[in-house]
Design a protein around this ligand. Structure first.
Ligand code: IMP
Length: 431
């Protein structure tokens, strides 16, 4: 852990995802012993740049990029085993070795099955513009089966091949009927699914462990643990902008159930926010700039999905949304990312309130009907010119950029301790 962070830390996105968490978790793991993913699945995309190499992971915790760090996938994650094996093989081929020495997977984690992806895609296509705009990675249906219980398959089930065969046969037969009736979908071949998952199970068996138990042990030994959030607070199934959310508890609150640790085990809650707002998929987005400003941000920030390459919707910083996330998660420090993207704008707007039905709203209501109707109230700040990616200390930033950071800090309600001004590991300023 970096010197200013003693104890264990959770890192979580404060907006709608894609805040550059991969880079900050990677930065914070320099002195960490353990990194844990606790929510989501292969719908997440974390990008890490090391020197001239760029890596993107969907399921693997970013601890795998640090030699000597143990990476854990907690029970709260839904695992697509084909994707996980592909990631392990790809990274190993590129010289990032992954083995049971540095990766363990919870036996309690649930599996994403081929019919989950089929259902996700079929429902989205059938919904047209009323869809959620999912990544079509089968996330919603996999979590739905987890809650349903009798139709779920967990990592632990892969170790019992006879039972797995029976379970897959029964579940696929039922699912085929449903998918045919609802979407006229072609049937899934249960035998093929069984054989594929049996093989994945054999391949992953050495990695399977009791992650919660391991974590309690690491905590007792005083090892430094980083809980790596995926997605972001406003995509949390309970606290985000429902229904335009993902299906897991991806705010910091999800770490306890998703990793299997008690609240006392975490001391720092590091929120990541970018210097503006983006969102992918549907749902209200009060500060959206569907214009030249949005396009400027999209191109400079390369705001295209890591997982799906979809262009992201871009807009001004929304202080109400971020403050909500800071309060919900008890954020103790903030890392501000992508400040360099805003260079070159004459002035920059920040949303400091909403107007709703003639009244001023000073707090964020994660209620899509309210959010769809609000009108943002902006404060306008001066922009700055030039390239700031070479700055290595806060005082090296243009005065206007420093002022912008200080304004965001005051509005967000927690200290900004890290400012990222470029994709590289070194383009990171500490305050
Ligand atoms: P799902 O998680 O694939 O079901 O997608 C639900 C919603 O969450 C969609 O709007 C996605 O675009 C969004 N979403 C899911 N994961 C991420 C992420 O990591 N970053 C940004 N948006 C995400």
């Amino acid at each position: 852990m970096s010197p200013f962070l003693e104890g264990n830390s959770c890192v979580v996105g404060l907006q709608w995802g894609d805040e550059g968490k991969g880079k900050i978790v990677d930065f914070l793991t320099e002195h960490a012993d353990v990194v844990v993913r606790y929510c989501g699945g292969a719908n997440a995309g974390h990008t890490v740049r090391i020197g001239s190499e760029k890596y993107a992971t969907n399921l693997l915790p970013v601890g795998v990029f640090r030699p000597g760090v143990m990476s854990l996938i907690g029970n709260g994650v839904v695992i697509d085993p084909a994707r996980l094996i592909e990631e392990i093989d790809d990274l190993t081929k590129r010289g990032v070795p992954i083995s049971p020495q540095n990766l363990r997977i919870s036996y309690k984690a649930h599996l994403v099955m081929p019919y989950h992806k089929q259902e996700d895609a079929a429902r989205e296509s059938a919904s047209g513009d009323k869809g959620i705009g999912t990544t079509r990675r089968g996330i919603g249906p996999a979590y739905a089966d987890k809650m349903q219980r009798s139709t779920a398959i967990r990592v632990a089930d892969l170790a019992h091949e006879d039972k797995l065969r029976e379970r897959v046969g029964r579940i696929v037969a039922e699912r085929n009927k449903l998918l045919k009736a609802l979407y006229d979908a072609p049937p899934v071949d249960w035998k093929q699914v069984f054989e594929d998952y049996r093989d994945y199970g054999r391949r992953l068996q050495p990695y399977v462990d009791d992650v919660g138990h391991l974590l309690i042990g690491y905590w007792r030994e005083g090892k430094r643990i980083v809980f790596e959030g995926a997605h972001a607070v406003l995509l949390d199934v309970d606290h985000g902008t429902y229904p335009y959310v993902t299906s897991s508890n991806c705010s910091a609150l999800g770490l306890y159930t998703g990793a299997g640790v008690p609240p006392q085990s975490v001391q720092n809650f590091v929120g990541i926010m970018k210097a503006y707002s983006t969102r992918v998929g549907g749902g209200p987005f009060p500060t959206e700039q569907d214009n030249d400003i949005g396009q400027y941000i999209r191109e400079r920030g390369n705001e295209y999905g890591t997982t799906t390459r979809r262009p992201r919707r871009c807009g001004w910083f929304d202080a109400l949304a971020v403050r909500y996330s800071v309060e919900l998660c008890g954020i103790t420090q903030i890392a501000l990312t992508l400040l360099d993207v805003l260079s070159g704008l004459d002035h920059i707007k920040v949303c400091t309130g909403y107007r709703h039905k003639g009244q001023r709203l000073d707090y964020f209501r994660a209620d899509m009907d309210v959010l769809a109707e609000v009108e943002p109230i902006y404060e306008t700040l001066p922009g700055w010119g030039g390239n700031i990616t070479g700055a290595r200390a806060f005082h090296e930033l243009p005065r206007e950029a420093q002022q912008y950071v200080k304004t965001l800090e005051q509005l967000a309600g927690a200290p900004i301790r890290i400012v990222s001004v470029g994709a590289d590991r070194n383009a990171t300023l500490l305050r």
